[in-house]
Design a protein around this ligand. Sequence first.
Ligand SMILES: Nc1ncnc2c1ncn2[C@@H]1O[C@H](COP(=O)(O)OP(=O)(O)OP(=O)(O)O)[C@@H](O)[C@H]1O
Ligand SMILES: [Mg+2]
Length: 124
Amino acid sequence: MITKEKIGHGSSRDVYAHENPLWCVKVQIGDGKENLREWEIWESFPELHKWLVPCVSISECGKYLVQIRGEKSKKNPRVKFAKMFKHNRKQNSWVIIGGKVKCCDYADQKILDYLKNKGGEKWE
Ligand SMILES: Nc1ncnc2c1ncn2[C@@H]1O[C@H](COP(=O)(O)OP(=O)(O)OP(=O)(O)O)[C@@H](O)[C@H]1O
Ligand SMILES: [Mg+2]
């Protein structure tokens, strides 16, 4: 499944190519909960799926998160930022999947808090 080819890294995850070229594996660094949060947001808020890179599966304690692999976005994506993304406007948090710009790093606790408190509000 996971390969040795590292395709990205951040403060809380190292990201590797998967044997399936359509997927990648996000490896949680240390005891953080980012993989678990990303999975929870993916599973709990289907209304946001059009903006989010799909999660495929997660290991029991969240160490390994399999996600659809996007292409790096060279141009600044013309995304209409919804309120929930105001905490994450970093260029490298956005990748292209099927010609669409999607967020690949939505593990922020602030995003989860926002979604839980404001459930039902329109995002656009
Ligand atoms: N699904 C994906 N497809 C392709 N590349 C990805 C994907 N997810 C992450 N990456 C790459 O790996 C990098 C690190 O991933 P990510 O931003 O999710 O980690 P992080 O530790 O949460 O980062 P940060 O410290 O910015 O919060 C990204 O900037 C991106 O370049
Ligand atoms: Mg992050």
